[in-house]
Design a protein around this ligand. Structure first.
Ligand SMILES: Nc1ncnc2c1ncn2[C@@H]1O[C@H](COP(=O)(O)OP(=O)(O)OP(=O)(O)O)[C@@H](O)[C@H]1O
Ligand SMILES: [Mg+2]
Length: 263
């Protein structure tokens, strides 16, 4: 299913987004410099780029958690400014409520929306099954491994039934094996739930394995350096010559960014 969604209507439009951080007595930081990108419905987009190039800032703006200095985000043809349940976010750091059990973490969003607890729990149990954690339903986050915690975070985001899932290095802190297995699970979920995914990663291997398109960003100020179509059939073979070729291309683009900043 390479290039899935390419002919379907645009889902998210990032239009001329710039973001400057200002602090008194310090030089201002231009984090994002005029980013524009149209994302198709049900597309899987990966963003890669040097640390500090504005990837998290961009996702936060798309989520409605931060406001750009210029530009706008269009979702289904309408400008967005505040968070809503159409967009779910999985953060860079583990972000579960430590005082709530797994199931209580997952029902948090639906409860906030006023869905009766019993109904919210029934729904949450489906998501718990989807991420393979049914038997940890009543555990607290401290009783779980890192990979399990991230799966709960994904289930919690999915429980709000988002149409767009924003994921900021969700597997960054995990060992390689857990990471590979969660990548498979995420593709499964993406197929079952028909959502659009915007996924930030530092792993080029991960981007080539997951994405329909890889957006390579420049070092700060973050701009789009190149957009690469990953036209490989799924399930993808990480060791295939085609995957290798793409990895080499992305790594070269990233190393150019490192050189420019060091030289
Ligand atoms: N709330 C803030 N206040 C001031 N500066 C900020 C704020 N958030 C981000 N920045 C700055 O904006 C730039 C981009 O930060 P951001 O966190 O978006 O980068 P990133 O690409 O996600 O980096 P990493 O790969 O390390 O996670 C950095 O220079 C950072 O210091
Ligand atoms: Mg970040």
């Amino acid at each position: 299913m390479a290039g899935r969604g390419c002919k379907i209507m645009g889902k998210v439009e990032i239009k001329n987004i710039s973001r400057i951080f200002r602090k008194e007595g310090a030089p201002e930081t231009l984090a994002l410099d005029n980013i524009s990108l149209k994302i198709n419905d049900k597309e899987f987009i990966c963003f890669v780029g040097p640390s500090g190039c504005g990837k998290t800032t961009l996702l936060r703006i798309i989520a409605g958690l931060d406001t750009p200095d210029s530009g706008e985000i269009i979702l289904d043809g309408e400008k967005i400014s505040i968070p809503d349940s159409k967009r779910g976010m999985v953060f860079q750091e583990y972000s579960l409520f430590p005082w709530r059990t797994v199931i209580e973490n997952i029902i948090f969003g639906p409860e906030m929306k006023g869905i009766p607890k019993k109904e919210a729990i029934q729904e949450a149990e489906k998501y718990l099954e989807l991420v393979g954690l049914t038997q940890f339903r009543d555990s607290f986050p401290y009783e779980l491994s890192g990979g399990m915690r991230q799966r709960v975070a994904i289930a919690r985001a999915l429980a709000n039934e988002p149409e767009v899932l924003l994921m900021d290095e969700p597997f960054g802190a995990l060992d390689a094996q857990t990471r590979n297995s969660l990548q498979h699970q995420l593709l499964d979920i993406w197929n079952k739930k028909h959502i659009t995914i915007l996924f930030v990663t530092h792993s080029v291997d991960e981007a080539v394995f997951l994405a329909d398109r890889i957006v390579v960003m420049t070092a700060r100020p973050g701009k789009i350096k190149k957009i690469i179509d990953v036209d490989l059939p799924r399930p993808r073979i990480r060791t295939s010559p085609e995957a290798n070729k793409l990895r080499t291309e992305v790594l070269k683009l990233l190393s150019e960014e490192r050189k420019e900043k060091i030289d």
